[in-house]
Design a protein around this ligand. Structure first.
Ligand code: HEC
Length: 158
């Protein structure tokens, strides 16, 4: 058994896989698992995609490169969104962050991040959906926004 595990991890390393990738892969497996669980818990019907499904699709297209599919970001570079005290403390800050981008250093869960987040070219509806996904994914218990919330913030930025 142990030999087998050793062989797998040596194999991964020989295949050029960086050891850091392995926990990342595990994260993907866990979130796929969680997604399956979620749909089992519902009526089982896939008709009528919910806003959070769309938000997840947008997340995976536009945010995942930096914040990771498990919402954990990248150590020292991109802050986590999963259980982020910074994110969950203020309903409007994340909207401004999305619409305007930011290079003001932020402290998330006690760690400071000094990188730059580019403005995200999303419609009001898309921004609401992706934030609703982020606010409720990975065990987050955050806010629920609609397109009017986004528009209200967008108007203050003009
Ligand atoms: C190119 C990389 C990149 C992309 C793409 C990106 N971000 Fe960020 N994000 C960052 C960085 C870097 C910071 C820290 C910025 C700062 O210091 O002001 C950040 C900060 C944040 C924060 C506030 C800090 C926290 O962890 O709570 C939120 C919320 C956030 N991003 C959400 C998103 C969402 C949602 C998307 C997709 C729509 C996204 N980001 C796309 C790099 C990125």
């Amino acid at each position: 058994m142990n030999k087998m595990m050793l062989k797998i991890s040596t194999g991964l390393r020989e295949a050029g896989m960086h050891p850091q990738i392995i926990p990342a892969l595990a994260g993907v497996v866990i979130s796929v698992f969680a997604a399956c669980n979620g749909s089992n818990g519902s009526s089982g019907s896939t008709a009528g995609a919910t806003a959070s499904t769309d938000g997840k699709t947008i997340y995976q297209k536009t945010c995942v490169a930096c914040h990771n599919s498990d919402g954990m970001g990248a150590p020292g570079m991109y802050p986590p969104l999963a259980k982020s005290d910074f994110l969950l403390a203020d309903k409007y800050r994340a909207i401004r962050q999305l619409l305007k981008g930011s290079s003001t250093p932020v402290t998330v869960n006690g760690t400071s991040y000094t990188g730059m987040m580019p403005p995200q070219p999303l419609s009001d509806e898309e921004a609401a959906q992706v934030l609703n996904y982020v606010y409720h994914a990975w065990g987050n218990n955050g806010f629920t926004l609609n397109a009017a919330d986004i528009k209200a913030v967008r108007d203050t930025l003009k």
